[in-house]
Design a protein around this ligand. Structure first.
Ligand SMILES: [Fe+2]
Ligand SMILES: [Fe+2]
Length: 160
């Protein structure tokens, strides 16, 4: 589970970086940068926990990174509403995953639980902030594609 979360946080880095590079809006870039700083914390926590559990990150990290960067950049080029809409769509997906993981986590694993709970609170914050700034709903086919991608990443990260 922590390896999947780690892959997700690698993608979060890439998304926010692509989104920031793709926007011409300095105010929005600042918001994206702030969220990315929190995602950097998440990535570090996942990395440390993975290590403590003698796990290893997914070997497909560069692929996850490149895919997410491209998505972020494209959404940003489509304008502020889509850029923020991507934040909402992604963070909602991540929050769903984290909820599921929190349910499936062994009761004794307090440390992982604390990490996932803090991440979940932060991801919710990112989604709410984007909503308050004028996120628009992404088109249904895009959202469906994102759900498929999230399944691919979940399985791929477990596999390789
Ligand atoms: Fe995160
Ligand atoms: Fe987030």
């Amino acid at each position: 589970m922590m390896r999947v979360n780690h892959a997700g946080e690698v993608m979060a880095q890439a998304l926010y970086t692509g989104q920031e590079m793709g926007t011409d809006d300095p105010e929005l870039a600042k918001v994206l940068r702030k969220a990315r700083a929190e995602e950097e914390d998440h990535l570090r926590w996942c990395e440390e926990r993975l290590d403590e559990l003698h796990g290893r990150p997914s070997l497909l990290g560069p692929l996850w990174y490149a895919t997410a960067w491209g998505m972020g950049f494209l959404a940003a080029r489509r304008g502020r509403g889509s850029n923020l809409g991507l934040v909402v769509a992604v963070e909602n997906l991540v929050e769903e995953h984290l909820k599921e993981h929190l349910q499936n986590l062994p009761v004794s694993d307090e440390r992982s639980r604390r990490i996932l709970e803090q991440m979940e609170a932060d991801e919710r914050g990112h989604a709410e902030k984007a909503e308050s700034l004028g996120a628009v709903d992404l088109p249904t086919p895009v959202r469906v594609a994102m759900q498929s991608l999230s399944r691919i990443v979940t399985r791929g990260a477990l596999w390789v």
